[in-house]
Write a protein that binds this ligand. Structure first.
Ligand SMILES: Nc1ncnc2c1ncn2[C@@H]1O[C@H](COP(=O)(O)OP(=O)(O)O)[C@@H](O)[C@H]1O
Ligand SMILES: [Mg+2]
Length: 321
């Protein structure tokens, strides 16, 4: 079966002060129906820009997006006129962002906002859409859905708001849900509940997901395949169980080592020295070499290609040249 989404050689650049910043550099991946692709990497490595460019939410005035292929359910998204893209966005591909407050309008009740999302894409009456929004709130595990439908966003907790946003995203039963750090703003117990919720809804709606996160714990709980990004590039790409049992890239290994455990709670931010480089000051050679425990002399000058040392397992590192 053809994948639901195939992305080939996606590039995104921003032009700022006459400088071109390459935020996403030639990434490729695909997602099968009902499967979850995890995109991981530290903050600033191009995960959100990737998601926004798939949704075509980066205006051409600020970003140049090119791709050899952005094929979604046999539609080439990059060639789609904006009027048709509007029918895909929020309808067949939906997105959930990190901060539910930015996705919600403080002036309207939660029920109104979900109903709005339904009316926008479906030919139904307002009253029917309102009834459906209460149903959706129930589906996302809200105990008193009719009461919550009448509430304004500021009257709810962070976890409840994120459930409302998820209900809104699922209003039109999308084939693909892009979740960009959906639990990062929530506390840990609420995080776990939202992840369970997404897993359940995925089964029910038979949708594919892109789960964007800096948290490998979330990836291991949800993803079938994983893309590890660094400085706008794919550093490693493998099935999730392969990536966890046999990580190849030193960056992936460092990320795995930085997962906090009970004995090692404090280690989290100190394991990988240094920071993700800014796109306007990318190191020469391998972008990760300044922080890499396994760097060799030639990593300073030679940019690694994406090698395939094992079937279906790609890695951008000269150790595997
Ligand atoms: N609108 C923008 N204008 C200029 N640079 C941007 C813009 N949005 C993102 N960037 C830059 O692109 C890079 C990738 O950002 P992003 O995709 O948000 O990272 P992530 O989601 O992985 O934390 C960062 O260096 C960021 O500063
Ligand atoms: Mg982001």
């Amino acid at each position: 079966m053809a994948p639901l989404l195939s992305v080939e050689n996606l590039n995104v650049s921003f032009v700022q002060n006459h400088q071109t910043l390459r935020a996403v550099r030639g990434i490729s991946f695909s997602i099968e129906t009902q499967k979850t692709l995890g995109i991981v990497g530290e903050s600033g490595c191009g995960k959100s820009v990737t998601a926004l460019s798939l949704m075509r939410l980066l205006p051409p005035s600020i970003a140049a997006v090119t791709a050899q292929r952005l094929l979604f359910d046999e539609i080439e998204l990059s060639a789609l006129p904006e009027s048709e893209m509007r029918r895909v966005r929020g309808n067949r591909i939906a997105m959930v962002f990190q901060d539910p407050m930015t996705a919600l309008n403080p002036l309207f009740t939660c029920g109104d906002q979900i109903a709005e999302a339904i009316v926008l894409h479906r030919n139904v009456r307002r009253a029917e859409a309102m009834a459906r929004s209460v149903e959706l709130l129930d589906n996302v595990g809200i105990a008193a859905p009719a009461v919550v439908a009448a509430r304004y966003p500021h009257q709810l907790s962070g976890g409840m708001r994120q459930r409302v946003v998820i209900a809104m995203a699922l209003a039109c039963r999308p084939m693909l849900l892009i979740a960009d750090e959906p639990t990062t703003a929530l506390d840990v117990t609420v995080q776990a509940k939202i992840i369970d919720l997404l897993l359940g809804l995925q089964q029910e709606l038979r949708m594919s997901m892109i789960m964007i996160t800096h948290d490998l714990g979330i990836v291991s709980a949800m993803a079938h395949d994983v893309l590890v990004m660094y400085a706008g590039e794919v550093m490693e790409n493998a099935a999730a169980n392969t990536l966890f049992s046999n990580p190849l890239h030193p960056y992936t290994k460092s990320l795995l080592a930085s997962i906090p455990t009970i004995e090692r709670k404090q280690a989290r931010l100190t394991v990988i020295p240094g920071e993700v480089p800014n796109p306007h000051e990318l190191p020469s050679g391998c972008p990760f070499h300044p922080r890499c425990y396994a760097r060799m002399e030639r990593c300073r000058t030679q940019h690694p290609a994406l090698y395939t040392p094992q079937t279906s397992h790609q890695v951008r590192c000269l150790l595997y040249e």
